[in-house]
Design a binder for this molecule. Structure first.
Ligand code: MG
Length: 409
C-alpha cells in the first residue's frame, strides 16, 4: 500500500519535471511566472497526523501524510511523557495540513511556538523527534536515503568508539569492572574507548580520586594500541580538571577529555582547553545553534559533541556542523543509542565535511529493550557502523511492536 502510494507520488512529481522538458524552457518559465504561489511548484503532499510514542527511555514520533507514506523520528529520551505532550499539544496542531518539504520553515515555527517552554531541554528535544521524522519522511517520499538529500553519498561506513559509563544499579563500578567492560569493546574491534565518569554538576570535585584509578586500570588492560577518551561529565571545576587532565595525559596517554567542567561554565572550559595538550570536547548539553555559537566563541572546545535527538534534530545539527567548520571545529556526535538516533546520526555524519574520525556508539545495548521495535538492526563490523542505504533514515520500524509496547495508550 505504502509502496504504491509512493509510486503515485513520485509519478506526479516526475510528470511536473517532464512537462518542463517536453514543452521546453519557455513553457516552464511561463508556467512559473503564472503561478499564484510557490505551493504549485512543490510536490503535493500534506501532513495528516503526528503521533508520539512514549517509552520509559525513548520518544519516537510518526508523521503520516495523505500520500500514504509516513516518517519516523526519535527525540530526547529524558522525561519522555513531557516530550510527547509537547509534540501532541504544541507541535501537532501546527503541522497538520503542512507540506513536509517545508521542513526548514516548520522548524522555525515550532521552535518559536514552544520558545516560552524553553529554548534548551524539552522543546528542542521534542522538536528533534519531529525534525528527524520529517527527514525520514522526505527520503521515503522520494525513495532516497536522507544523507543524499543532505548532500552526502560518499561515506560507506563510520568508525565508532566504545562509550560506557561508571554508574551501575547500586552505585559505581570498580576500576577492575571498568577495565573489563573496556575489554569487551576491544574484543569487538573497537579501536577507541571512552570511559564516562558520570559525576555531573551535583557531585562536583569528589573527595576521592577514582577517575585516576579507573583510567590507570583501563589503560593497563587495553594496552597502548587503543585510543582512550575520558568523559569528566561536568564533574570538576577548571583548576581540578586541569590538574587531573594533565596527569591523565602524561601518565596514560589520554587522547581527549570531555566536558571537564559544568556545561554552564564556558569561561572555565576555555581555561581547560588552553591548559591541556590533549583534545577537550563539549556540546552534549547545547541544544541549539545560538548555544553552540557561544560555546565555540567563549569555551573554544576542540570537537563539538552535538546530539541529533536533543539538539533540534538533523536540520539544526547540520547548521551547527557548518558553523563549526568555519571555526575549524570537528563534529564528534553524542549518541549512545542503537535506534533511530544512530540512523539519524549516521545520515548527518555522511553529509558533513568536518566529521571527526570516530563517532560515539555504545553497542547494541540490550539493557534498553528497544531492539525489538525495529525490523532490522544497524550494521556494525570491526569497529565501524555502516551508513544506512535505505530510503529516509534507513531503519525500518516494527509498528506493531511500537503500538504494543508504547506507554501512552
Ligand atoms: Mg559526554
Amino acid at each position: 500500500m505504502q509502496r504504491r502510494s509512493r509510486r503515485n507520488f513520485l509519478k506526479r512529481a516526475a510528470l511536473g519535471a517532464a512537462s518542463a522538458l517536453f514543452f521546453g524552457e519557455g513553457f516552464a518559465r511561463e508556467r512559473l511566472e503564472n503561478q499564484a504561489s510557490t505551493a504549485e511548484r512543490k510536490p503535493s503532499v500534506k501532513i495528516t497526523n503526528v503521533k508520539p510514542f512514549v517509552f520509559e527511555k525513548a520518544t519516537f514520533v510518526k508523521i503520516e501524510t495523505d500520500a500514504g507514506v509516513s516518517g519516523w523520528g526519535e527525540g530526547d529520551h529524558e522525561f519522555t511523557a513531557i516530550n510527547a505532550t509537547i509534540v501532541e499539544k504544541i507541535f501537532k496542531p501546527r503541522l497538520i495540513g503542512k507540506n513536509p518539504f517545508d521542513s526548514e520553515y516548520l522548524w522555525k515555527d515550532l521552535f518559536f511556538e514552544g520558545f516560552e517552554g524553553g529554548s534548551t531541554g524539552f522543546v528542542p528535544g521534542a522538536l528533534a523527534g519531529v525534525d528527524n521524522a520529517l527527514w525520514d519522511l522526505k527520503g521515503r517520499l522520494l525513495n532516497l536515503p536522507a544523507h543524499q538529500l543532505l548532500g552526502g553519498s560518499k561515506v560507506e561506513k563510520v568508525a565508532v568508539y566504545g562509550s560506557y559509563g561508571r554508574r551501575k544499579k547500586d552505585g559505581f563500578k570498580t576500576p577492575d569492572e571498568m577495565a573489563a567492560e573496556a575489554m569487551k569493546f576491544v574484543e569487538q574491534g573497537y579501536k577507541t574507548i571512552k570511559a564516562r565518569m558520570q559525576l555531573y554538576d551535583r557531585d562536583r570535585n569528589p573527595p576521592f580520586n577514582f577517575t585516576y584509578d579507573c583510567v590507570k586500570t583501563i589503560r593497563k588492560a587495553i594496552g597502548d594500541g587503543i585510543e582512550l577518551f575520558v568523559d569528566f561529565n561536568n564533574g570538576y571545576t577548571a583548576s581540578k580538571a586541569i590538574e587531573l587532565g594533565l596527569k591523565l595525559y602524561e601518565h596514560f596517554n589520554v587522547k581527549a577529555i570531555e566536558e571537564p567542567v559544568s556545561s554552564m561554565d564556558y569561561h572555565g572550559l576555555r581555561k581547560v582547553v588552553e591548559a591541556l595538550p590533549c583534545d577537550v570536547n563539549a556540546g552534549e548539553h547545547e541544544y541549539n545553534k545560538w548555544q553552540f555559537r557561544d560555546l565555540i566563541i567563549i569555551g573554544n572546545p576542540d570537537c563539538l559533541n552535538l546530539d541529533v535527538i536533543k539538539c533540534g534534530g538533523i536540520s539544526e545539527c547540520k547548521k551547527i556542523a557548518s558553523m563549526g567548520e568555519a571555526f575549524e571545529k570537528e563534529v564528534m556526535t553524542h549518541n549512545t543509542r542503537p535506534t533511530l538516533a544512530t540512523a539519524a546520526t549516521l545520515n548527518l555524519i555522511a553529509s558533513i565535511n568536518n566529521a571527526a574520525k570516530t563517532q560515539e556508539f555504545s553497542g547494541m545495548r540490550p539493557d534498553l529493550k528497544l531492539s525489538q521495535l525495529f525490523n532490522a538492526q544497524l550494521k556494525f563490523e570491526d569497529g565501524f557502523l555502516y551508513v544506512p542505504q535505505g530510503a529516509g533514515l534507513g531503519l525500518e520500524v516494527n509498528e506493531a511492536e511500537m503500538e504494543k509496547q508504547k506507554l501512552n495508550k
